[in-house]
Design a protein around this ligand. Structure first.
Ligand SMILES: [Zn+2]
Length: 229
């Protein structure tokens, strides 16, 4: 049994990193901005990883993120540090996200291209079951104490440190985005490819057109260049 002291932080960091990469590559680049095309096998893997490590629903995440782009730092932005304060968003990101994700109008307006499929309805809609199942798996592999410790460490890292920063990865010179390595590796085995068509435009709502497009274009550019979100 892997119960050494160092295994707990190591597994916690690894799980948080895996969750962040799945969020960045699949939810952000591939679905929200349509900058990548993902092979169905890789898509299933990303969805399963996200379900087990975060419980996030893809329609909700995409809708909230697109709404953020549409109203960046203005009234309507679900989680703007400028509007709500940096520490508020950093520490209470879950609250801001859940508030926006539970709004059906937000989902229907900003993710109309992502209808629920049978996997959403039968498996992934059970959001909390994913992390619970992942935690049981950790306890089986590492032992109960180490498994709970690694799961808690992963949750704290993802929720309070990494998730609020995902869309800001590698925006400055010299910064490194590990998602790019994953994209390159998956591209080599043809599990992802850069999209050839322009990214999906969400219909501008309530006067959010100009900033939305500009922000989205910057975002797509980074995604296509593989260096940011
Ligand atoms: Zn984005």
């Amino acid at each position: 049994m892997l119960s050494s002291v160092w295994i707990v932080p190591l597994v916690a960091v690894a799980l948080a990193q895996i969750a962040v990469i799945a969020t960045s590559v699949y939810l952000h680049r591939a679905l929200s901005h349509r900058a990548l095309r993902v092979h169905p096998v890789a898509e299933l893997l990303f969805r399963a990883v996200l379900w087990l490590t975060t419980g996030l629903g893809r329609r909700e995440w995409v809708a909230v993120h697109r709404k953020h782009h549409t109203f960046t730092d203005r009234d309507g932005d679900p989680h703007s540090p400028r509007l709500f304060g940096f520490w508020h968003v950093q520490l209470f990101n879950v609250y801001y996200y859940m508030r926006a994700a539970q709004n059906r109008e937000t989902i229907e307006t900003f993710a109309p291209d992502l209808p629920e499929d049978w996997l959403d309805r039968t498996v992934f809609a059970w959001g909390w079951c994913g992390p619970a199942l992942g935690l049981v798996g950790l306890c089986v592999i590492l032992g109960v104490g180490a498994g709970l410790g690694a799961g808690l460490g992963h949750a704290l890292l993802y929720v309070f440190v990494l998730a609020p920063l995902i869309k800001k990865f590698s925006v400055g010179r010299g910064e490194f985005d590990p998602s790019w390595l994953v994209i390159r590796a998956l591209a080599v085995v043809r599990l992802v490819a850069l999209a050839r068509v322009a990214a999906t435009r969400v219909p501008p709502q309530r006067g959010g057109a100009a900033q939305s497009d500009a922000a989205t274009e910057r975002d797509e550019g980074r995604a296509r260049a593989g260096s940011g979100g």
